[in-house]
Write a protein that binds this ligand. Structure first.
Ligand code: SAH
Length: 262
């Protein structure tokens, strides 16, 4: 996490989204889903008609997200879990099986965290064995499918929760402006610095006989391309300049030794 991430602000943005697990069969998946949510900064878990809850397997798999299980809202049906929502998004392991507008995972964040503040949104996950029923899907405005391999399209329930909560977090981080990588620890080399380095390199390579000024070919062009791809920082540039200076000293000393006047 970058030091500038304001977790409270991220949490506030994500607070409009509740995760609803419908008819979960394996209690361990409830715990793993809670953990996946908390890792990504989501906190509101709804359990619609879970087969068994609370359950020690759920608590065990939640690890440090047991607080999400304690605050989980248990309802008798999906309809009850989403009654106060204005946007309901179902998830499914299969594509186009469902006559609902389909949303890509990358579009989920912008749709959920877009401009309509105060909106209550549900992201709904189905049963491990049979997913969501047609009646349950009728409550949804959209459905999201993670584009999995055609050889095996069905994700583990908690893995599906993890992926989609990650997408929500990425959007929240982008909105907070904290998605960018932390700054490099050294200032980058400037054009001026690089030009002095290339002059030094050219002189050294000529001095040691690697570069023939009469027939330079494309050597310096290729070396420029190589170093420009790297985008060196000033410290790295100084190291390379230092190496060239040492080569120059050795050449000068060798020249003195071989000179008859020395
Ligand atoms: N045989 C069931 C599989 C359900 S997997 C079916 O075909 O629907 C359990 C739940 O995990 C799904 O209901 C869905 O909520 C989620 N899930 C699994 N794979 C997914 C995928 N590729 N994209 C989106 N959600 C998925």
């Amino acid at each position: 996490m970058s030091e500038t991430t304001d977790e409270a602000a991220i949490g506030q943005l994500l607070a409009r989204v509740r995760i609803v697990l419908v008819g979960t069969v394996h209690s361990g998946n409830i715990g793993a889903a809670a953990r996946a949510m908390k890792n990504m900064g989501l906190r509101r878990l709804y359990l619609a008609a879970p087969v068994e809850f609370p359950h020690r397997e759920a608590t065990y798999r939640a690890v440090q997200a047991a607080d999400l299980l304690e605050s989980a809202v248990v309802t008798a049906s999906l309809e009850e879990a989403v009654a106060d929502c204005s946007l309901v998004i179902g998830t499914s392991a299969r594509e186009r099986r469902i006559q609902l507008p389909q949303l890509g995972p990358r579009e989920l964040g912008p749709l959920c965290l877009g401009e309509r503040r105060g909106e209550e949104i549900a992201l709904v996950f189905g049963r491990e064995d049979s997913g969501l029923s047609n009646e349950e899907l009728r409550l949804c405005h959209w459905h999201v499918h993670v584009p999995t391999s055609a050889d095996y399209s069905s994700l583990n329930l908690a893995a599906a929760v993890q992926l989609l909560c990650y997408e929500l977090r990425m959007t929240a981080l982008a909105q907070q402006g904290t998605l960018a990588a932390p700054p490099w620890d050294e200032p980058l080399a400037t054009v001026e610095g690089m030009e002095r380095f290339y002059e030094h390199l050219d002189a050294t390579l000529t001095d040691i006989g690697f570069l023939n000024p009469a027939a330079p070919r494309q050597l310096m062009t290729r070396l420029r391309r190589l170093f420009n791809r790297v985008r060196m920082d000033q410290m790295e540039l100084n190291i390379l300049r230092g190496i060239l200076t040492e080569i120059g000293k050795i050449r000068a000393a060798a020249g003195r030794e071989s000179s008859p006047n020395s």
